[in-house]
Design a protein around this ligand. Sequence first.
Ligand code: 3PG
Length: 307
Amino acid sequence: MKVLLATQKPFAAAAVAGIREIVEQAGYELALLEKYADEAALVAAVADADALIVRSDKVSAAVVAAAPVLKIVVRAGAGFDNLDLEALTAHNVVAMNTPGQNSNAVAELAVAMMIFMARTQFTPATGTEIQGKTLGIQAFGNVGRLVGKKAEALGMKVKAIDPFLSAEQIAAGGAEPVSDLETLYSSCDYVSVHIPATPQTVGSIGYDLITKMPKGATLVNTARKEVIDEAGLEKALEERTDLKYVADVAPDNMETLKQRFGTRVFATPKKMGAQTAEANVNAGLAAARQIVDFFTTGNTRFQLNKK
Ligand code: 3PG
């Protein structure tokens, strides 16, 4: 039984060692494909893989077609927009993620980004404090809830919205529930985005929502760049010279934004929200355990493509 760990953005060494231990203790073989150049490398490597662990690596229909003995793919992380679930299902391959395992790392980055922007990207210019400000959390899942708790501890007022949670559930998570997005954006000094990239959410945050934000507000995106309507963002930043945008990872028009808006915008060069040793270990080991558990007991708890 061969488990392939394919990561264009490699895990910390401790995580790889932990994954190896779990896989080898189960009597399987671990193959490593790190920092690979292109899809062709992954296509070649999956040829004899029974199981595959990836991060944001694209598991496309071509990859699935090149993996005749593949039975399970685990995305070591939360967002699974990189998996072609249709192709995986058609080939009877079980797809899973590891929800919650890297959430704290992403939540810490969201808080760090708020402070970084409040303090004018650590330039000597006079900044502001986040204490006493209102934070709106768009999607109150594993990451959103953690961001809320940390923000509250820093003296922020926290509001949240989530299409899959009731007002009672949001309140139980420690945030004030808000009924619609317009209200969230118009009543919060910071909005932190935690929605997945789906056909419904791609390009869904644009000019109309962003310009609803109050004076001096900052939009924080540690979710996916695709959920932002980039032309709408640019127009909003042009018209509202008080607004700021910070993101993990850079929008396609980042160079233009940087030139036009300077320290009002910031983006990480490479998605780094989950790039901590702890998150790598948590998500990587969970992925390895889920694979062993699937093969030994048939456990499909985190299966994403259940029929
Ligand atoms: C996730 O969806 O889990 C995060 O965005 C982390 O992605 P990464 O594993 O590519 O860093």
